[in-house]
Design a binder for this molecule. Structure first.
Ligand SMILES: Cc1ncc(COP(=O)(O)O)c(C=O)c1O
Length: 402
């Protein structure tokens, strides 16, 4: 292991752009659902690097695959073919039902590619459309296009002017959805379960309104499955659970299980609009990232998806029982291993109280505790985590409000 003697927190404060509110803690190693500090303190990780470390930390099969790939070939760029990118595209095509992939390095880039090719589709038709419909509480990433369809103004305002033509609509208002999607709409973009916005599944009535309006107007549908997709909910993807049939899809986070990779998936008719030179990425879909993603998909198919379903049901039972005991929990939302506990107060104090108990959870949307544990979490680890979380919530509730 590479270790340094200097103080990483002090150096971060001097030399790293201060855009993160990091907890004052330094992790140096991990194993499964545990993270360890330099002095060997063990923390139970229920956030997995914001939904990324799906196979847990230091997964032996992933480590072997990465090491093998590193000693074979890491990167050639997209000037040439290599054997792993096409294989990964084929696997993702059968998983998503969308036959073509573009590879990039993050969720935001996958969203960006979806937005660009939605526009490209209409341009190629000879009837350009610029309008985009997105949802209240959405989060799609930080690049200019992705942040333009992200709802919370604090992500957008300092960076204006953004991509024009975006309409935000409430997912709880089917009539407003029907009215917002028009013949000028290039695409509708939706997270089937909104993650950053507070773990909010899109209501079925909204999904039906989206489907009907897209059919009526021809508007394309982009599903952002970056956080809720790829097995996180116990389903391969969550759009089909809601009856949504997207033309484009953004994937990321769990796909590389810790190695950065994103993918945008396209239907044939959208993909047919693409021309060489339209888009690209130097790193996108390199051998290392594709090898990691193929290893992740092998695990998912090899029983991990079913495990997420079982472990998720166990976690849900525990969370609902906890909510019945603690009136401070207003709502329990999610599916599989993606859960939000909506509190009647700001959730930051609970995150701190959990960390004091060596449990890692995260706050989103001010009042929501978000859980995105590694897919490999066991029922025993869930049983270890739940009392710690309950004690953390109870402690935060007992503390005087700030
Ligand atoms: C639904 C969704 N889309 C896109 C993104 C952006 O992904 P990245 O941070 O990898 O750019 C995120 C990140 O949290 C996300 O949750």
């Amino acid at each position: 292991m590479l270790t340094t003697t200097s103080d990483p927190i002090a150096l971060d404060q001097q030399h790293v752009l201060q855009v993160y509110k990091r907890a004052p803690i330094v992790f140096e190693s991990g194993k499964g659902c545990a993270l360890f500090t330099r002095s060997g303190e063990r923390y139970l990780d229920l956030i997995s690097g914001v939904g990324v470390a799906a196979l847990g930390h230091a997964h032996p099969g992933l480590a072997r695959a990465i090491a093998d790939q590193a000693s074979t070939l890491l990167h050639t760029s997209n000037l040439f073919h290599h054997p792993l990118q096409a294989e990964l595209a084929t696997r993702l095509s059968s998983l998503t039902g969308l036959p073509r992939a573009f590879f990039c390095n993050s969720g935001a880039e996958a969203v960006e590619a979806c937005l660009k090719f939605a526009r490209r589709f209409w341009y190629t038709q000879g009837t350009p459309r610029a309008g985009l419909v997105a949802f209240e509480h959405s989060f799609h990433g930080r690049t200019m296009g992705a942040v333009s369809v992200t709802w919370d103004p604090h992500y957008r305002e300092p960076f204006q002017p953004l991509v024009p033509g975006v309409t935000f609509v409430s997912p709880n208002d089917a009539a407003a959805i029907a009215a917002a999607i028009t013949d000028a709409t290039a695409a509708v973009i939706v997270e089937p379960i909104q993650g950053e916005g507070g773990v909010r599944p899109i209501p079925r009535a909204a999904a039906e309104a989206i489907t009907a309006a897209c059919r009526r107007t021809g508007a394309l549908l982009i599903a952002d499955e970056v956080q809720c997709g790829l097995g996180r909910t116990g389903h391969p993807l969550y759009a089909p659970v809601l009856g949504l049939a997207p033309d484009l899809m953004a994937l990321g986070k769990a796909l590389g299980a810790g190695v950065p990779i994103g993918a945008a998936m396209f239907s044939d008719r959208v993909a047919a609009a693409a021309r060489p030179g339209d888009h690209g990425s130097t790193y996108g879909g390199n051998l290392l990232a594709c090898r990691a993603a193929l290893t992740f998909l092998d695990e998912l198919d090899g029983g991990l998806l079913a495990h997420v379903g079982r472990a998720g049901a166990h976690l849900e039972r525990g969370l609902r029982a906890m909510a019945a005991r603690l009136p401070a929990i207003r709502d329990v939302r999610g599916a599989g291993l993606m859960w939000g506990l909506d509190l009647d107060r700001p959730a930051a104090a609970v995150v701190d109280a959990a960390r004091e108990r060596r449990l890692l959870v995260n706050r989103t949307s001010d009042t929501v505790i978000r859980l995105l544990p590694p897919y490999v979490i066991t029922e025993r680890e869930i049983d270890e985590a739940l009392p710690l979380l309950e004690a953390a919530i109870a402690a935060a509730v007992e503390a005087p409000r700030q």
